[in-house]
Design a protein around this ligand. Structure first.
Ligand SMILES: *Cc1c(COP(=O)(O)O)cnc(C)c1O
Length: 454
């Protein structure tokens, strides 16, 4: 052990990885050699050659040991907002602004005019206000918390603790990853008053349920499923009208939170945050990293009086976000204000014509010469608890291989230096290129060319 640590190779490695890491690696490597030796697993000369390549083995061990576990991947799975793959990719300037602010001091809670303590939530607020004012929605405030689940939790706690919240049975939803409306409600200290049935709830059902203890009418966007057939539910406008008549605020959990009308991006009928505000809800909550295309965050926009109640609630302090989140959010909002939708990767990918996706698939065909490969029409799901059942026409490179099968092929792609995530359909492996940055096409070509050795 000491002999190895005193070697020149160890010194080189120590300069790169630190002495303690090299000591750990040497110990682990020697232990593994000793074990193999004890088990008689070395053939003639193999032990000597393993000793000879000790430095290389140590380097490999140190490299893989310090590799971050969280890495960039290529999403070819055909889902635009993929929660397992980190949802929306940030705009470049959003990531850069986050890096600028993160690597220095900032005026996070400092008023530069007064030279004294300021409020962190003033930052994004100003840009949200501008964006909404542009559509005639003058009087709004916006609060930023850690995610939309936190936004709903805070809103329920601040507005309805100890009281009742009226919600339709058709909206008692679970959003992937254990966000269940009834459970969130119980924890917030508000009690649930269910009205209507799974498929039909009328405005009269809400009206009848209103009593002494009613604090809030809640509307939840059914973001990951649709109820079709014999259905009925009041419009948001009707709910707001009822609330105003009876003096009860309306909270809408919108979930996806589009800030721009997505029809021109090929996604029709997806409600925007502005739609909710225009309908007159007191508060609307939405995610920062779904259709908005920003960092993970929960946004709560609405009447300044209601938002102020949330800000004053002790829970707000536990749910607040850091400077990188504000920085990325502000840069994202600035792109909306400039109407520079191509700066936002999500909207840019939505807007890409299917024909150009097809051309890119076609261009990759020759690289997949070792496999059976075809270009096939497919649909890119919007996903991520947004726009239920909605998709965009797209094209995919379909691959199959007699020798190893689709499952194994998928595994090999996931084991690449930059892992590629694809999806399997009927023994074919589909690589939908709509969600792949065109700059990654060359890497894909190189990967496909080498995927079947020999
Ligand atoms: C996605 C979603 C949530 C949860 O949002 P997170 O940002 O993941 O916390 C809550 N409600 C609805 C309707 C959603 O779509």
């Amino acid at each position: 052990m000491d002999e190895v640590l005193r070697s020149d190779e160890a010194a080189v490695l120590a300069a790169e990885y630190g002495r303690a890491s090299v000591t750990d690696a040497v110990r682990a490597e020697l232990q593994s050699l000793r074990m193999k030796l004890g088990q008689g697993r070395f053939l003639d000369g193999e032990f000597e050659s393993a000793l000879g390549s000790l430095a290389a083995s140590l380097r490999r061990r140190l490299e893989s040991g310090t590799e971050p576990s969280l890495r960039r991947v290529i999403n070819a799975a055909g889902v635009l907002i993929h929660t397992n793959l980190g949802r929306a990719p940030l705009a470049r300037e959003a990531a850069e602004q986050a890096a600028t602010v993160a690597t220095a001091y900032s005026n996070l809670e400092f008023d530069l005019t007064e030279g004294q303590r300021g409020r962190r939530d003033d930052h994004a607020q100003r840009l949200f206000e501008q964006l909404f004012a542009r559509e005639g929605l003058a009087e709004t405030s916006t609060l930023v918390v850690n995610n939309n689940a936190a936004a709903v939790f805070l809103a329920l706690a601040a507005m309805a603790e100890g009281g009742e919240v009226v919600v339709s049975r058709g909206e008692l939803v679970e959003i992937g990853g254990s966000f269940r409306i009834p459970e969130i409600m119980a924890r917030s200290g508000a009690s649930l008053c269910e009205v209507g049935t799974t498929n039909r709830t009328r405005i009269e059902d809400y009206e009848r349920a209103i009593g002494e203890r009613t604090r809030l009418l809640l509307r939840v966007h059914r973001s990951n499923f649709e109820i079709v057939g014999f259905t009925d539910s009041p419009t948001l406008g009707q709910l707001v009208e009822l609330g105003q008549r009876r003096g009860i605020p309306v909270l809408e959990d919108l979930g996806s939170g589009a800030l721009a009308r997505l029809d021109e991006f090929g996604v029709s009928g997806e409600p925007t945050v502005q739609d909710s505000l225009r309908a007159g809800v007191s508060l609307v909550t939405y995610s920062g990293d779904k259709l908005l295309g920003g960092p993970q965050a929960g946004l709560i926009t609405g009447e300044p009086g209601c938002v102020a109640r949330l800000r004053q609630h002790p829970l707000f302090r536990t749910l607040r976000v850091d400077k990188m989140c504000y920085a990325a959010l502000e840069a994202t909002l600035a792109a909306y204000l400039r109407e520079d939708y191509d700066a936002l990767p999500l909207l840019r990918m939505m807007r890409t014509p299917a024909e150009s996706v097809r051309a890119r698939c076609q261009a990759l065909l020759p690289s997949a010469a070792g496999l059976r490969a075809e270009v096939v029409a497919t649909e890119t799901m919007i996903g991520g608890g947004a726009a239920p059942g909605k998709s965009l026409p797209s094209f995919a490179l379909a691959l199959s291989c007699e020798a190893i099968g689709a499952t194994k092929l998928a595994l090999r792609l996931r084991q690449q230096k930059v892992p590629v995530v694809a999806r399997i359909k009927d023994d074919w492996l589909l690589l939908d290129l709509r969600t792949v940055d065109p700059e990654d096409d060359a890497y894909l070509a190189q990967t496909l060319a080498g995927i079947i050795p020999g």
